[in-house]
Design a protein around this ligand. Structure first.
Ligand SMILES: NC(=O)C1=CN([C@@H]2O[C@H](COP(=O)(O)OP(=O)(O)OC[C@H]3O[C@@H](n4cnc5c(N)ncnc54)[C@H](O)[C@@H]3O)[C@@H](O)[C@H]2O)[C@@H](O)CC1
Ligand SMILES: Nc1ncnc2c1ncn2[C@@H]1O[C@H](COP(=O)(O)OP(=O)(O)O)[C@@H](O)[C@H]1O
Ligand SMILES: [K+]
Length: 486
């Protein structure tokens, strides 16, 4: 944002104008969201975030509110645009220890924004804790003070906001946990930045919404047939572990793959046969495994991991997949098989000439990556680093699922409901992803679309859903996608 700011100034919009617009947006949202709040307490910090607070204070006063400003630091020490904004605030300021929380009906947190450089301590920490303890509604400017906007981490005390008004674009910290929960509702305000200012910053991550991947979403063709819609082979678990692969296979079919085959040993197939109809079954003998099938039918996409096991046989089957090349979705047991050896996983993917998508949850990710990640790296940085190291698209799952590619693209999702955390949900996600890859969708778009559809399917199915409900719920989600932008 500092680069965007600087570019805006070069393009003829001054920092003073940006700050005035930022403060005006804050005042406007405060007045609209809390119509009945007459008494507003603004907590202003020593930098430009505090400057935004002074602008908001002046505008709210002009609009008829009673306003008090508690300033952290000396008024005379303010610099640049913040000093200008404070100079246009004609009233006095109070010491942080005198901040009138009992009097206030709304608190505006303009202590620290993008310039936070270390955990809050001393008077800043005390003020944040007092704000949280006050029980009054809090509107945070840019980010809740104490939150690192780049990572979503709060290493020290942090404001727990009801609404956060940020500028120009959401930052990763508004989406990554715990940031998302500390922000409350996030409102993005335009502050008159000139066209072209944003291109000054390399935007690595985007919010996962259909706009991101809709153009690459596969459309069935009138002259198509089932094999032109892609054929997915899913390796089945053994007799007593068939459910996971069956969930994945069903989801791949619902996601639009033309054909899906579960491949595995006969005893397992007998269980599958009692459950599935449209999904095909193919026996693979222990020795030859699925190599002949993958080669014979020119299966373009294969999925391995859910319920697969980690024994010697499973490892052999996985090797055969790599040798077959094509597109691969690797999940679950793959991260145990390659635990602590991500480079070797990368080499196997490269040697096979595969295009791979990996779908670990945090536990599997840690198992796979061992000690390789910096402890303070954000979820976004970790997914990007793993993706670059392994040479595969990485879907790092959770409430804030990140999709990352080796060339540095990323999406962050915010649409999964908390009740999606249920056994088998991950298998369904892997299946949706395979179904989209099989239809020729590029890996980043396919993985991002799969994550979004998965979250929407859970919302559609509603509370009480189980993983088995998700594939069917995809129908109405896909139907809405056809209706246009959501
Ligand atoms: N396009 C933009 O980027 C715009 C940014 N604006 C505002 O400017 C803010 C960024 O301003 P700044 O870069 O001045 O940064 P901040 O105002 O977030 O904070 C910087 C100040 O806080 C001090 N500080 C940092 N961490 C501290 C800690 N833990 N304890 C005590 N003091 C600490 C620094 O020494 C510095 O004085 C944004 O968050 C936003 O609110 C808007 O005014 C206008 C447009
Ligand atoms: N708190 C949460 N809120 C929303 N979605 C979640 C949450 N926790 C996990 N998920 C999602 O639920 C799914 C669980 O997958 P996973 O852990 O692999 O389960 P399983 O192995 O049982 O299939 C993932 O898609 C993950 O992103
Ligand atoms: K703030």
């Amino acid at each position: 944002m500092a680069k965007v700011d600087a570019a805006a100034v070069t393009l003829g919009v001054s920092g003073e104008t940006l700050m005035e617009n930022a403060g005006a947006a804050v005042a406007d949202i405060a007045a609209r969201r809390w119509r009945d709040a007459r008494r507003v307490l603004v907590l202003a910090g020593p930098g430009n975030n505090g400057g935004d607070g002074f602008v908001a204070a002046r505008r709210l006063l002009a609009a008829g509110h009673e306003v008090r400003v508690a300033l952290l630091g000396e008024r005379a020490a303010l610099k640049g645009d913040a000093a200008g904004a404070a100079a246009r605030w004609d009233d006095g300021v109070v010491e942080p220890s005198d901040a009138p929380f009992d009097w206030a009906e709304l608190v505006i947190d303009a202590l620290f924004g993008a310039g936070l450089s270390r955990p809050l301590d001393g008077p800043a920490a005390a003020l944040v804790m007092a704000a949280n303890a006050s029980g009054k509604p809090i509107l945070a400017v840019d980010v809740p003070s104490g939150l690192d906007g780049a990572s979503g981490r709060a290493v020290g005390p942090c404001v727990e906001a009801d609404v956060t008004v940020t500028f120009i674009r959401r930052k990763p910290g508004h989406l990554l946990l715990p940031g998302r929960t500390l922000c409350g509702e996030v409102v993005v305000a335009d502050i008159g930045q000139p066209d072209g200012a944003l291109s000054a910053a390399k935007v690595a991550a985007r919010l996962n919404r259909p706009e991101l991947w809709r153009a690459a979403f596969p459309e069935p063709r009138i002259d198509g047939h089932k094999y032109s819609r892609g054929h997915v082979a899913v390796w089945s678990g053994p007799l007593l572990a068939t459910g996971a692969s069956r969930l994945a296979a069903t989801a791949a079919l619902r996601a639009g793959a033309g054909a899906v085959t579960l491949v595995g040993p006969r005893p397992a197939l007998k269980i599958h046969a009692a459950h599935v109809t449209a999904v095909m079954l193919r026996e693979a003998d222990q020795k030859a495994g699925w190599a002949p099938f993958l080669a014979d039918r020119r299966i373009g996409t294969w999925l391995f991991g859910p319920g697969a096991g980690t024994d010697e046989e499973a490892c052999g089957i996985l090797d055969q997949g790599f040798s077959a090349g094509g597109r691969a979705v690797l999940d679950a047991d793959v991260f145990t098989i390659f635990g602590g050896r991500p480079e070797e996983l990368g080499a196997a993917i490269e040697d096979g000439g595969c295009e791979a998508v990996l779908t670990p949850h945090e536990g599997e990710f840690a198992r796979l990556m061992g000690e390789r990640m910096r402890p303070d790296a954000s979820k976004l940085e970790r997914a990007l680093a793993a993706s670059a190291l392994i040479g595969a698209t990485v879907v790092l799952k959770g409430p804030d699922t990140v999709v990352a590619t080796p060339d540095g693209c990323a999406s962050i999702a915010d649409n999964a409901p908390a009740f999606l955390a249920t056994a088998g949900a991950g298998d369904v996600l892997a299946g949706i992803c395979a179904g989209l890859l099989a239809q020729g969708m590029p890996a980043f778009e396919a993985a991002s679309a799969a994550v979004w559809l998965h979250g929407e399917a859970a919302r559609e199915a509603g509370r009480g859903m189980i993983a088995d409900d998700l594939p069917l719920a995809l129908r109405s989600v896909l139907g809405r996608l056809d209706d246009g932008p959501s």
